[in-house]
Design a binder for this molecule. Sequence first.
Ligand SMILES: Nc1nc2c(ncn2[C@@H]2O[C@H](COP(=O)(O)OP(=O)(O)OP(=O)(O)O)[C@@H](O)[C@H]2O)c(=O)[nH]1
Length: 314
Amino acid sequence: MDILVVDDAPDTRLIIKSVLKKLGHNVTTAEDGEEAWKLLCSNDEFQIVISDWVMPNLDGLGLCQRIRNEPFSKYTYIILLTGMSGKTNLISGIAAGADDFATKPINSEELEVRLRSAKRILDLEKTLAFQNEELERANKKLVTYATTDGLTGLYNRRAFQEHLEETLLFSRRANETLSLLILDVDYFKAYNDTFGHVEGDTALKIVASILKENSRKNDFVARFGGEEFTVILPNTNYNGATLCAEVLRNAIEKYPWLERKVTISVGVTTVEHKRDRDENVTEMYTRILSEADQALYRSKSTGRNKVTHFKPQA
Ligand SMILES: Nc1nc2c(ncn2[C@@H]2O[C@H](COP(=O)(O)OP(=O)(O)OP(=O)(O)O)[C@@H](O)[C@H]2O)c(=O)[nH]1
């Protein structure tokens, strides 16, 4: 193991170093807590620190506290050396973060036994750290699976609803305008029927990447389901939303489609947070989705490949 020995007495440093070397460890020495601290900060390989208690500059207790307050990537096992006796010292040593104690003068057998128990603890720490990392990785994967659409890689409907509800609440609090687009591929049943489902899937993937590429970083692009997509436009007013929708519609129309030109119809709604003061978030969500949907229906029924903004009934 890599061990840092800290003691202001040169004799003690030498004795401990030679005992540890005989036991097969790599040893570095420091004259006091400050020197030890510098070494620890520049080298994260030290697994164990064996430190004297009373030293000039920074003593053993102070060194312990610094190590415990610093989020080193790996656990450092600390053995405090002491000529002192009595419970009070032991308690303050443990409170400062020491793992074990050894009394001076050093006895090589005692040190060997204490290092064996240190190794057990360090191995356990390593296993725990590994398991934690694995858990974190698995959690991240789960979150990604739960919020991502498998075919297009866009956010899925669940993530969309969650994000829209959050954005609605935020925009209402901040009194900001927000817009929502619903985009639906035109005559997609015919596309599938003519070219098959695999080609249909490819077309949906292309549509998804065009939407993503032509949206701003803050816009939230999702696959709502089937051949239907949604884009949340935070802090965007009526004119801005119409412009964004036109950009997306146009980008899809202009794409050099191989099989057959694909177009989309778009429904747009803009939330000003005037009519909805008393609504809860689910009511707001349902209302604005329905508004965008009504606008989409108008785009479909008046020719497709067009953008329609929702107009509230007078
Ligand atoms: N290839 C493929 N097709 C899908 C997927 N999800 C939905 N579809 C198809 O999309 C088609 C949607 O058809 P409709 O709802 O009738 O709408 P449309 O033919 O696009 O007509 P309009 O929307 O009125 O222009 C259906 O044939 C679905 O099977 C998918 O993941 N992959």
